[in-house]
Design a protein around this ligand. Structure first.
Ligand SMILES: *Cc1c(COP(=O)(O)O)cnc(C)c1O
Length: 366
């Protein structure tokens, strides 16, 4: 006899994040985890460096942070739940609402956590086909069954960078039963044009079954602190607050998160840097013969004509100090994901890819 975990947990591999080191290469450019190349706001870093009393428990209600988030986004603070990364909000949702026999829909090339968290809860995740690597609402609705209890949509999506507009999201929600939760993951929302981004907060307020999630890990540059949040209908917020750890956010994360929200100029600058260098990379890659799909996030997809070629390119880039994200685990073994980096990293990536293309045998395109 030996201890056995609940069904589902051993069905999935452990999450493997983007590489951050290459043997024998000093100071590589890590372009594998969609981190902000400008780092965190200087104001946030000053707060992080300030003394605090580690003997005192943090505010278990994240009162100040939720008030600030509510003020900034025009939301109701009581319906905001903060998490140890937005991953925790996704985990809490699956733990609270899913069990054996329940089905979860996600797009074919979606963030891996949707699958992992659903399996961990004993539920069955179903990958739904996309069109041109973009979520297809008709396909998603065609997979809805009486067992469907949750639908995950990252918007923009990781790792494809594609996005749905508001009409599509409303249509998707309209095809779900009232007891199926639509989770809109806005991890890359800050990189989108604020005037046109379909945040979905109004859908959360108008319905009992829509949740949006956001993170401080990407544009806010605070990935190491583990901070994210969900905007929920009141009953879901109350469920997640019962389930979460009473002090799930540590004090430095709470204080630094507030300071980061106070520096929206840093978000504007990060978005401008991202848009500029994303356009530049797409244009340069076009010159190398790549056709790069439009991305709404802080990364682009490099697609090769074979899985083997993508692996060769990954090895070549790593050996030359550029670390991309291989996407075999995401079902895109012919592609690499490249985060938009600093100017130096972006230029080095193009120089290295140029050298890689030059190594290819004559007669083979790409
Ligand atoms: C990076 C990312 C997250 C954020 O995870 P954290 O736990 O907040 O660091 C969530 N969703 C998607 C799609 C992501 O790419």
């Amino acid at each position: 006899m030996k201890p056995a975990p609940k069904d589902g947990i051993l069905d999935m591999p452990a999450y493997v994040g983007g590489r951050d080191a290459v043997d024998g290469v000093a100071n590589p450019h890590k372009m594998s985890a969609n981190e902000n190349p400008l780092g965190a706001s200087p104001q946030a870093l000053a707060t992080l460096g300030a003394a605090f009393d580690p003997s005192i428990y943090p505010d278990g209600h994240a009162t100040h942070l939720r008030a600030k988030l509510a003020e900034l986004n025009g939301l109701k603070a009581e319906n905001i739940v903060c998490g140890n990364g937005s991953d925790e909000i996704l985990q809490l949702l699956t733990q609270a609402y899913l069990g054996p026999g329940d089905e979860v829909l996600h797009t074919a090339h979606a963030f891996l956590i949707y699958k992992l968290a659903s399996r961990a809860a004993g539920a069955t995740p179903i990958a739904v086909g996309e069109t041109e690597l973009t979520a297809n609402v008709d396909n998603l609705l065609a997979q809805v069954s009486p067992a469907t209890r949750m639908v995950f949509l990252a918007n923009p999506n990781n790792p494809t960078g594609t996005m749905l507009g508001r009409d599509d999201i409303v249509r998707l929600h309209g095809g779900l039963s009232g007891d199926t939760i639509l989770v809109l993951d806005g991890a890359y929302a800050e990189y989108c044009d604020p005037a046109h981004y379909p945040a979905g907060f109004d859908l959360v307020e108008a319905h009992d079954n829509v949740v949006t999630t956001r993170t401080f890990s990407k544009a806010y540059g605070l990935a190491a602190l583990r901070l994210g949040w969900g905007y929920c209908p009141p009953e879901i917020a109350s469920v997640l607050n019962r389930l979460r750890g009473p002090f799930n956010i540590n004090q430095p994360a709470l204080a630094t998160g507030v300071a980061a929200l106070d520096d929206q100029a840093h978000i504007v600058a990060s978005r401008a840097h991202n848009t500029h260098w994303r356009d530049w990379l797409v244009q340069q890659l076009g010159g190398l013969g790549f056709s790069v799909r439009p991305s709404y996030a802080n990364f682009i997809l490099l697609e090769f004509d074979s899985d083997a070629r993508a692996s060769e390119a990954e090895a070549f880039l790593c050996a030359h100090g550029i670390i991309p994200r291989g996407l075999a685990a995401y079902g895109l073994p012919h592609a690499l994901r490249l985060s938009i980096g600093t100017e130096e990293a972006n230029r080095a990536a193009i120089a290295t890819l140029t050298a890689f293309m030059a190594t290819l045998t004559m007669g083979q395109d790409q």
